[in-house]
Design a protein around this ligand. Sequence first.
Ligand SMILES: Nc1ncnc2c1ncn2[C@@H]1O[C@H](COP(=O)(O)OP(=O)(O)O)[C@@H](O)[C@H]1O
Ligand SMILES: O=c1ccn([C@@H]2O[C@H](COP(=O)(O)OP(=O)(O)O)[C@@H](O)[C@H]2O)c(=O)[nH]1
Ligand SMILES: [Mg+2]
Length: 259
Amino acid sequence: MWRRFTSLPLFFSHLQQVRRADELKICQAFCTEIVKPPVEGESNSRRNIPFVAFVLGGPGSGKGTQCLKIAETFGFDHIGAGDLLRKEMHSDSENGAMIQKLMKEGSIAPSEVTVKLIKKAIESAENCKFLIDGFPRSEENRVAYERIIGAEPNFVLFFDCPEEVMVKRVLNRNEGRVDDNEHTVKERLKVYKAITLPVANHYAKKGKLYKVDGTGTQEEIFERVRPIFASLRYILCSPAAMLPSCRHKLIPTEASDSN
Ligand SMILES: Nc1ncnc2c1ncn2[C@@H]1O[C@H](COP(=O)(O)OP(=O)(O)O)[C@@H](O)[C@H]1O
Ligand SMILES: O=c1ccn([C@@H]2O[C@H](COP(=O)(O)OP(=O)(O)O)[C@@H](O)[C@H]2O)c(=O)[nH]1
Ligand SMILES: [Mg+2]
C-alpha cells in the first residue's frame, strides 16, 4: 500500500476519501426512518425531525449515569422518561396518583401519558438531538411513540448487565424513589424481561441496536459508549446532514394527539 503513494500528501488525501466514504455509510445507516408517508403539499422543512437515540437496559443498568456523560460530551439533550413521569407525579396533574401507584408496583404507565410528555420535552427544547432514556418499555410504548412522533429512533443503545449487579446498584441508589426497594425491583425485573426486552429485540432485528457491556466502572462503560457517538459526529455536525433547522418540526399528528 505504501508503494502506491509517492508522497505523504497523496497518502493523506486517500485517507480522507476513505473517511468520507465511511461517513456516507454511517449517514445512510443512521438516517431517520419516517414512518408516516409524506402528506401532499407538506413542505420539506415540516418533515425535518430530530435525531433520537433510545437508551434501554434493566433497572440499575446505568442508563441515566451514561446519558449524563453522553449529553455532556456529545451535546445531546437527555430526556429521562422516568424523570418526566416523576415530575408529573409530583405536580398537581390529574395523572399524579395513578403514576405513583404504577411506579410503586413496578408497572408501566399508559403509553399516551409518557409519549405526550416526551413530545412536549422535544418540542420545547432548543436542541435537535436527544437521548430518550428508559423508553420504550413495551411494544405498546414503541408503537405509540412511532404513531404520535411519526418516526422511528435513529438507533438504540442497550446496556447489558447481570441481574445481581443491577439489583445491587438500585438498592444503593438512595434517591428516595418509591420504586428503589427489594420488592419493587423484583417486579421491575419481571416486567423488564417479559415486556421491555422484546422491544430491544425488535430493534436488534432491524439492525438498530447497539449493545454495550454495562459492567465495570462508570468510566470503563463510557469508553465503550464513546466510539458509538464519536462515529456520529460527521452526521451531527455536517450542514448537509438530515438535521437542518429541525427545531420543533415534529410531524403533525392526528387531532386527538396534538396537545
Ligand atoms: N458502573 C457503575 N458502577 C457502580 N455504580 C454505578 C455505575 N453506574 C451507575 N451506578 C450507580 O448505580 C445506580 C443506578 O444507576 P442509574 O444510572 O440510575 O441506572 P438506571 O438509570 O439504568 O436505572 C446509581 O446510584 C448510580 O450512581
Ligand atoms: O417509559 C417509561 C419510563 C418509566 N416508567 C415508570 O417509571 C419507573 C422508573 O423508570 P426509570 O427509567 O426512571 O427507572 P430506571 O430504569 O432508570 O431505574 C419504571 O419502573 C416505570 O414504572 C414508565 O412507566 N414508562
Ligand atoms: Mg434511570
